[in-house]
Design a protein around this ligand. Structure first.
Ligand code: GDP
Ligand code: MG
Length: 163
């Protein structure tokens, strides 16, 4: 099966932007197993000579808030099943939302290796705010900017160390 890192988090935090940055060979494989997996994208990343798979989750149906929450939950549960490492993505510009709390709860109980990835830290002024996310009760946090690539090298170093 190989090493798999799945990117989870609520919509608009920047999961797909990170996925596109990490994966050079973008293989839009659609997992046909069940309806909920139709929007998962699988790609490959090579860092320091180590190859691993990255999963982008999302593409949620637009609907009521309940459906929305349920979709996020499902994607997180699938990620826990299939991935070795979960990249829990958060958005420094919005701070912690109720959806983030919900995802954090599931991940804490999962006992999986989880790395919080606080995105949109486009400049160093936002580093202090990024550290607030430790209050979600997870141990590891990397501040990054998926748009300009800041911090992604450190994140990748840590990822390949864990695989
Ligand atoms: P997803 O729904 O989690 O997959 O999020 P997307 O990757 O589609 O990004 C949502 C929005 O956030 C888009 O407008 C992105 O351009 C923007 N975005 C993503 N990463 C960054 C970042 O590092 N900094 C800033 N300022 N915006 C970002
Ligand atoms: Mg997306």
């Amino acid at each position: 099966m190989g090493n798999i890192a799945a990117i989870v988090g609520r919509p608009n935090v920047g999961k797909s932007t990170l996925f596109n940055r990490l994966t050079e060979t973008r293989t839009a494989i659609v997992n046909e197993e069940s309806g909920v997996t139709r929007d998962r994208l699988y790609g490959k990343c090579i860092w320091n000579g180590l190859e691993f798979s990255v999963v982008d989750t999302g593409g949620y149906a637009v609907g009521s808030d309940d459906i929305f929450e349920e979709e996020i939950r499902k994607q997180v549960l699938i990620a826990i099943e299939e991935a070795d490492i979960i990249l829990f993505m958060l958005d420094v510009t919005t701070g912690i939302t109720d959806y983030d709390e919900m995802v954090a709860d599931i991940l804490r109980r999962s006992k999986k290796q989880v790395i919080m990835v606080v995105n949109k830290v486009d400049n160093t002024d936002r580093l202090t705010e990024a550290s607030y996310f430790y209050s979600l009760g997870l141990d590891e946090m990397f501040p990054i900017s998926s748009i300009n690539g800041g911090g992604t090298g450190e994140l990748l170093d840590r990822l390949v160390e864990l695989f």
